[in-house]
Design a protein around this ligand. Structure first.
Ligand code: NAP
Length: 674
């Protein structure tokens, strides 16, 4: 059978394997399956294509344009899922594993598409926080902004998630406006290549936005500069080698590392056998050990249980793990497939032997297990070790056997459990199964600094919980120390890794022009008609309405109090109100002022304003008493298109009294027709 040819996509062309290509074996049969790599790949030309063709085309688009692009890519990949599943079996993954890698990757892209439209502006500049007033009169202000880096994102990925591993990095990079060069691990690059082909053939991306290196990187790292980003996922050893590349050090190239870690799961002292938490713990640990045959960066490597429960946990885990059918991942009855390669199998067994120097093997024998698949494939059984003296052990805390292998160890009190977790010297995730909030707080305070994520689960959340091992696009993924010190995803935080944060200083006029967001002090634009009669597309940033004043009477205050039932003493009792340090005497209700403000600025007839969807940042700054009058300034601060039909307008609203002193300020949100 001829080998599957895995190409690279470089500077706009597919390049077939050539000199120096590597042969990739099937995980299931161990037989040669594919070939990838070409030493003649012109990596400087790839960087040039990304920087000078892909980057400018992406940066021309707004965040919303790019978010729509991500959505279209995710839809395209969704419609080709079966082809990806079919090919991915060859990596040893089961259909359940595909759901994590392929469906999970596509889902991650959808989430970034949605966050891009909801949480980022329909503009090219992302604002980080609010403006900072730097001068007494507000004529000089500060604003942090983020703009896309001008280089390329180099994504070096691990073999275990050929689709998710690519998409969880690609989505935030493209959303930021930065082109990507993806270099998957060679052992599973044929799956990534198919996903890249699907995306490129859809013609959704501008030229240069996405390139692929199947096989070796060549000298690419030597050509990177401060506008490029390396996002690496893989082993700690490889990360250490790559981050020492002279060009990376000399040019301060951003180097994000997600590497292996010795993640832990703690069984709370309250979670004794018979509680829902005990059963939940056993289920989660068994699942984490066997999903993707344990080839998950987040898998539970250390099981930390109260000393008195260690035996019960071993017995319960043994019962569960015995039921795991191992074999050809294409068979529906198979629960655990193969490791990626026989090389990986040898590595896992070698690491297991190291762990075995400090811990007793209590489940799983690689030389004798029930296998429903070819003997030449990279199959191993789940293996459970018990370390009786974790305080004096080292291997169990620092040896990652990247397979279905975990070590249980006992603790004598919660401080001890935390100490054991922290012996991992930095993890991607620690889980805690407890129903006791006090236990949860103590564990978080003791070990949050050494974990990128802490997953707490109990009877209340278990039906809906997402699983110890699942990094989510909404939350950060990464961890300190041994885990690489990197951080990915986490919604817009993940997008910012591909952008430069710059502190802008200038007048409100300058800052408003750059940020497409009006700020107090910037020029107002006189509205040619009542702004409520103008469609979203017609409204200009800064467009302002000034209302006529309205007198506030005591009768108004009493009427409002009687009508709403809000007879708080500050509105009803002059003497009591005056005893309050904030009020001169009876004052108007804040909500009365808001209602009158609406009465002043609203245009009542049916028009482009479809709904009032909320109000942000409300501040009452000065009390209003009977006899005062208020007037309103309503200014278009920001516009965000939601779909083809309507979008959100954020209005800056200021209420002032007869002395032009501000009495209230807020941001009003309306949905307006386009
Ligand atoms: P690896 O051997 O470190 O390889 C990772 C990536 O680096 C691959 O694409 C590999 O390409 C590339 N690479 C290796 N040496 C290189 C070099 N000298 N120059 C340029 N590129 C080089 O890791 P792996 O075996 O693929 O993956 C397993 C490891 O990844 C485990 O330790 C696991 O814990 C970790 N991992 C971490 C995370 C996380 O998010 N923290 C996620 C998944 C996996 P080739 O394949 O072509 O060598």
């Amino acid at each position: 059978m001829s080998l599957h040819q895995v190409s690279s996509f470089a500077a706009g062309m597919w390049i077939a394997p050539g000199a120096g290509a590597r042969t990739i074996a099937s995980a299931i049969t161990g037989a040669p399956f594919a070939t990838a790599g070409n030493a003649a790949l012109d990596v400087p030309a790839m960087l040039d294509y990304a920087r000078n063709t892909g980057g400018p085309a992406l940066r021309k688009r707004t965040f919303h344009d790019r978010a729509r692009m991500l959505k279209a890519l995710a839809q395209e990949l969704s419609s080709h899922k079966q082809a990806l599943y079919d090919l991915s079996f060859e990596t040893g993954a089961t259909q359940r594993d595909h759901l994590i890698d392929i469906d999970g990757g596509i889902g991650t892209m959808f989430v970034f598409a949605s966050k891009g439209r909801r949480e980022m502006p329909d503009a090219q500049v992302y604002l980080d926080g609010d403006s900072e007033q730097l001068s007494r009169n507000g004529t000089f202000q500060g604003q942090h902004i983020c703009t896309p880096l001008l280089g390329a994102a180099l994504h070096i990925n691990a073999f275990n998630f050929p689709v998710w591993g690519m998409l969880e990095k690609l989505a935030p990079a493209l959303l930021a406006g930065v082109p990507a060069i993806v270099k998957p691990a060679t052992n599973s690059c044929y799956v990534t290549e198919l996903a890249v082909r699907i995306m490129l053939e859809s013609n959704i991306l501008p030229p240069g936005a996405l390139q692929l290196i199947s096989g070796g990187l060549g000298g690419l790292l030597d050509h990177l500069n401060c506008q490029d980003v390396v996002s690496f996922t893989g082993s700690a050893d490889t990360a250490l080698t790559l981050r020492q590349t002279p060009a990376i050090l000399q040019n301060s190239v951003r180097f994000v590392a997600e590497q292996d870690s010795l993640n832990a799961s703690i069984l709370g002292p309250d979670a004794v056998p018979g509680t829902p938490e005990f059963d939940l713990f056993v289920k989660e640990v068994a699942r984490e050990m066997t999903t993707k045959a344990g080839q998950k960066c987040t898998a539970i490597r250390r099981i930390i249980a109260p000393g008195a429960q260690v035996e019960a946990v071993i017995n319960a885990l043994t019962a569960r793990l015995s039921k795991i059918t191992i074999g050809d991942p294409r068979q529906e009855t198979t629960r655990m497939g193969a490791l990626i390669s026989n090389g990986q199998k040898a590595d896992v067994l070698e690491k297991a032997a190291l762990i075995g120097q400090e811990a007793e093997q209590v489940f799983g024998n690689p030389d004798a297990f029930d296998l429903q698949g070819p003997k030449a494939g990279a199959f191993v059984p789940p293996m459970l070790f018990h370390c009786a003296d974790p305080d004096h052990a080292q291997r169990v805390h620092d040896t990652e056997a990247f397979g279905p292998i975990s070590t249980i160890m006992g603790y004598h009190d919660l401080d001890h459990a935390v100490t054991l977790v922290n012996r991992g010297r930095g993890s991607l995730v620690t889980s805690l199964i407890t129903h006791d909030p006090g236990v949860a707080r103590d564990v978080v305070m003791g070990s949050a600094a050494l974990n990128g994520r802490i997953y707490i689960n109990d009877r209340d959340s278990m039906a809906e919980s997402t699983g110890h091992g699942a990094p989510l696009p909404h939350l950060v993924h990464g961890g300190p120390g041994r885990a690489g010190g990197g951080e990915e995803m986490g919604g817009v935080r993940g997008v910012q890794h591909y952008m430069q944060r710059t502190a802008l200083q200038g007048s409100p006029r300058m800052l408003s022009a750059i940020t497409s967001k009006w700020m107090p002090g910037a020029p107002e634009v006189k509205s040619p008609a009542h702004p409520f009669t103008r469609r979203l597309a017609e409204l200009q940033i800064g467009e302002t309405l000034h209302t006529a004043p309205r007198l506030i009477t005591l009768a108004d205050i009493e009427h409002f109090a009687a009508f709403t039932g809000d007879t708080f003493y500050a509105h009803m009792d002059d003497e009591a109100a005056a005893r309050n340090p904030f009020f001169p005497g009876r004052v108007a209700h804040g909500y009365l002022l808001l209602s009158f403000a609406a009465g002043l600025f609203v245009e009542p007839n049916e028009g482009p304003v479809l709904a009032n969807t909320g109000l942000d940042g409300l501040r009452f700054m000065k009390p209003v008493v009977a006899g005062d009058s208020i007037k309103v300034r309503l200014t278009v601060k920001q516009k965000t298109l939601r779909n083809d039909d309507y979008g959100e307008v954020r209005w800056h609203v200021t209420l002032t009294n007869q002395h032009d002193e501000p009495v209230a300020e807020y941001e009003l949100l309306t949905m307006n027709a386009c």
